[in-house]
Every structure is written in structure tokens, then in C-alpha cells.
Design a protein around this ligand. Sequence first.
Ligand SMILES: Nc1nc2c(c(=O)[nH]1)N[C@H]1C(S)=C(S)[C@@H](COP(=O)(O)O)O[C@H]1N2
Ligand SMILES: [Mo]
Length: 427
Amino acid sequence: MKRKSDASWRPAEPAAGNGILSRRVFLEGALVAGATGAGLASAAAEPLPVPRWMKVPGANFVPYGQPSQFESKVVRGFAPPANPATQGIGSARTPLHLLEGMMTPSGLHFERSHSGIPDIDPDQHRLVIHGLVKQPLVFTLEALSRYPMTSRIAFVECAGNSGALNAPQPQPLNVPAIHGLLSCSEWTGVKLSTLLDEAGVDPSARWMIAEGADSAAMSRSVPLAKAMDDALLCLYQNGERVRPSNGYPLRLLLPGFEGNMNVKWLRRLKLTAGPAMTKDETSKYTILLKDEKAWQFVFPLEVKSVITRPSPGLTLKGPGFYEISGLAWSGNGRIRQVEVSADGGQSWAPAALAEPNLPKAPVRFRLPWQWNGGPAVLQSRATDDTGMVQPSRAAFAAERGLRGNYHYNAIQSWRIDDKGEAINVYA
Ligand SMILES: Nc1nc2c(c(=O)[nH]1)N[C@H]1C(S)=C(S)[C@@H](COP(=O)(O)O)O[C@H]1N2
Ligand SMILES: [Mo]
């Protein structure tokens, strides 16, 4: 940290309107701490008093660790079922606004289940590969574990994520309530192409039907090209076995494709000439357009970003320096750029992108901001390496209309009022 006495010290430069500073602050370590003013008490000359927890020995070891008792508010949000018969149907949302970096702890990964979490005995579970193959194959988990494994960090996002922004009036919702059906893990398992090569793909095969072992028997048609490209049969999530809610003991990962196709509790892969037109890809997961048309089989999730801090519920404590922080991701590749605005999109400055910045994974972006205590509208706009730019809400609505509940990826706006509260607005 450079000080005033340092000859090279200079204040952070403005980079866009309403207090947005240059990301060079992070690169050069220019003025930051001095600017915060509030929050930092100047150190007294005496040593700190000895706290209670330094006077007694600490707690013993536990077999499986848990977060601090003081972090008990960092939990997933979900609505209890209206009817006990529908228990386990619905979703639990990741508290993205209370997390940092780009990984999601397994216990906070979002969950979307159409018929609850099955209690699968891994010794009895089987995966079958059949249909248009030379040699159908059945695998135990033990057999799968003998193949070479690969790891990849990837997001899973529900196609319905951010769908609350289709509402005609902006709803008073926070980050998890709008965008919390997004999470990121390190997934480890066997490349699907390895097993398909072993089964021998018939030249007439073009598609693959993936089926789960839950009572919804979730089934989706996947283009064979994706199956042969980067599809992964996941046994591990963040180093440990996949969590029951995320597909234990085996989950299909299709990096970048809409969440629904990442079939959990995977039990069957059938190679076919055409798509199966399952209930999960006809009655749902088609994008309803404004002119009585619909798009079917829109698989990769489009470029998106959201500012997680500040955001609703994280009240700013008086004017001064803040770091704007958020996530950007694209199902089509890597994030090339994220721009941030504090004046509702009149002016923008590029944010710093944290490492690692991986394809089909969220990247953390940050930008310094000097809040003057007045009204501000914070927005972020991501561009991916295919050149796709996150649209404004008006541009999104003009292209697709606002009837489709799926693949909403327009720019999110948080209005900051003079009390430092953020609310969801349409700007
Ligand atoms: N077998 C099965 N797979 C499934 C589902 C399901 O209900 N059953 N839900 C799908 C949906 S809609 C989404 S968004 C993702 C959610 O993955 P997660 O619960 O691990 O976050 O899983 C998909 N895979
Ligand atoms: Mo989903």
C-alpha cells in the first residue's frame, strides 16, 4: 500500500461517471485505504487486550468441518412446499451475494429437482450405454472409477435463472432470489467420449438421450457432438463425491449448456438418430417468443453478469470508497470483458477480471467506486470471447419479448438510494 509520503502516491483516477474509478487502482496499489475513511480506527499505542478465546484451549477436532457459528446466515434460500406431497420439488438458491471468488462450496450449490433427491445406493447403481452402438455397455461405479479421470471447473445454471426479471414491474428481490440458480464447482470424472468410443458409436447416431434415476426420470436429448466434445460423467464435486442433491453417485456435466440437460443421478445414455422429444424438452425448456413462435433446443447459456456487492440487503455504510464486485459467465466460452456503470448505463469503465478466467466458468470482476452518497444505478455488462455482449433489458425484450421464462440474460440494474440501500430496478 502506498502512502501519502510516498512520492509516487496519487489519487485513483475517475474512469466513468458518478464515482467509478480506474481498475488501475488494483494494479498499481494507488490510494485505497486512506479513501475509505469510515471503518478504520487508528491504532492505539498499547497492545490489544487479550480476548476470551485466548485464555482457554480451543475446541477439539470434528470428522467433517462446518462453517463458523457466526456465519449461520450464509445459507441457501428456498420456499417450503405448499403441499407436503410435493416435498423436494423446486429449488434452493445459492447466496451469491454473501460469497466471494468464483467457486461455490458444495453445501451451498444451488439445487433444482423435479421430484426430490433419490437415496441411491452406489453399490446398486448402474449406468447403461445402448441404442445405436456396436456394443452396449453396463457400468458399476467401481468400473467407472477405473477409467482415466479429468477435472474441470464449470458452472451449472438453470435455464430459468433470472426469470424474475421478465416481470413487467421490477420485483423487490435480492441476488439469490433473482440469480441464485447459478453455482460453480470443480467436477471430476470420466470423459463421456472415452466410454462412447469403447461402445463404438454407430455412424447413424446423431443424438443421445440422458436419463436420471429419480422418480421424475428426467430425460433430455443431447447432440452427439456435445457428448463427444466436453461432456463429463462426474463422480466428484470439489474433491469429494458428488453431493446427493447434485446427482450422487453420477451426474452428467455438459459445460455451458442449460442446467436441465446436466442430468443428475444418471442411469442411462441411449444413442439415437433424432431427439426424443421428452416431456422435459417440449412442455418445458423451449423459449416462448413474442410472436407466437418458440425456440426449441437452445442449449448454451448466453453471456451474463451480475453485481453481487453492493446489492439488495448489503447496505452501504455512508459515502466513501467501495469495491464493486460480481460474477460474469458465458456458456459459449470465456469472458473477454466486463464493463461497469454507476449512472444507469450513460458511461462505462472496464472492470478488473480476477484469475482464473476459465471458459464456461464464472469469473470474478471488481472495480473501485467512490460513492458520493447520492443516487446511483449500478450495472454490469459482460462480453464473451465469441463477441456476444450482454443486452440491455429493452434490447432483450425487443428481440425475444418477455414471455419466455428461460435464458434471460439482460443487464441487471441496482439503484442505490441516499440511505445506501440497493433495489432491483429496470433502467
Ligand atoms: N435426474 C434429474 N436431473 C436433473 C434435474 C432433475 O430434477 N432430475 N434437474 C435439472 C435442472 S432443471 C437443473 S437446473 C439442474 C440443477 O443442478 P443442481 O441441482 O446440481 O444445481 O439439474 C438438472 N438435472
Ligand atoms: Mo433448471
